[in-house]
Design a protein around this ligand. Structure first.
Ligand code: KIV
Length: 270
């Protein structure tokens, strides 16, 4: 069964948590799909996590489409969401043109940051499902910092969430928000919220796959490493190097031989 926006709404109503992970390539998409992740998300964090960029603002539409197409090939049931990169939704007309490219490349919905009610309304009117993202928004905040820590900021976040919901938003990502604020917003919003560094009470959770697998150097409070990619990959590469240099690899089990008659004829050439 294909997972839709309605499926996410049903999960919220039933009090079941929604799972979402970033994904940037085909093999990881296949693994996430087989593990039953609800939302597979090609985030613009591809820039800093996979492409060596310094900031999310360097990510282009072409970068996003390239990674989206690879992930699409590995996804069947999960809802596939793609991030609209920096400056790709400056006007509602530009947003529609670019969002349509994402849909043609296989996205089921697009995600964009901030209070873009007009854009959300216009895309929704044109049958494109939109996911929002408020709190810390990497495309506009230069410094990583918690948002919504004061009454005024919390109120502003709540008002943004309500207003985006009224514009037709289907899901809302809350990033780096105190869990009390995220919890109350989640409770009073009709649409599902997905938290990252936003505590335990959102309707779902999203994490950057690189953090989850232990690929990055950074140590963040909101991250739990479920694997030790960095060390296990380093060990594997180092072992390969040693075995090649010491003639252990390839082993006779790793080779294919020529038929004896053919070999006899071939040797006669030399
Ligand atoms: O691009 C990204 O990784 C995000 C986060 C919400 C996970 O937008």
């Amino acid at each position: 069964m294909k997972k839709t926006i309605d499926f996410m709404m049903d999960k919220k109503k039933a009090g079941q948590k929604i799972t979402m992970l970033t994904c940037y390539d085909y093999p990881t998409a296949v693994i996430q799909e087989n593990a039953g992740i609800d939302i597979i998300f090609v985030g613009d964090s591809v820039g800093t996590n996979m492409l060596g960029y310094k900031s999310a603002t360097e990510v282009t539409l072409e970068d996003m489409l390239h990674h989206l197409k690879a992930v699409r090939r590995g996804v069947e049931k999960a809802l596939l969401v793609a991030d609209m990169p920096y400056r790709s939704y400056e006007t509602k007309e530009i947003a529609l043109k670019n969002a349509q490219l994402f849909i043609e490349a296989g996205a089921d919905a697009v995600k964009l940051e901030g209070r873009e009610e007009k854009v959300v309304e216009y895309l929704t009117k044109n049958n494109i499902d939109v996911i929002g993202h408020i709190g810390f928004t990497p495309q506009t905040h230069e410094k990583v910092s918690m948002q919504g820590k004061t009454f005024e900021q919390g109120k502003e976040l709540y008002e943004s969430a309500l207003s985006l919901q009224t514009s037709g938003l289907k899901l809302l990502v809350l990033e780096m928000v105190p869990e009390e604020v995220a919890g109350l917003i989640s409770e009073y919003l009709m649409i599902p919220t997905i938290g990252i560094a936003a505590g335990r009470y959102c309707d779902g959770q999203v994490q950057v796959i690189n953090d989850l697998l232990g690929m990055t150097q950074r140590k963040l409070v909101h991250v739990k490493e479920y694997a030790d990619y960095k060390n296990s990959t380093f060990e594997a590469v180092q072992k390969y190097k040693d075995e090649v240099e010491n003639r252990i690899f390839p082993h006779e089990n790793n080779v294919r031989n020529m038929d004896a008659d053919e070999l006899h004829e071939f040797k006669a050439l030399f």
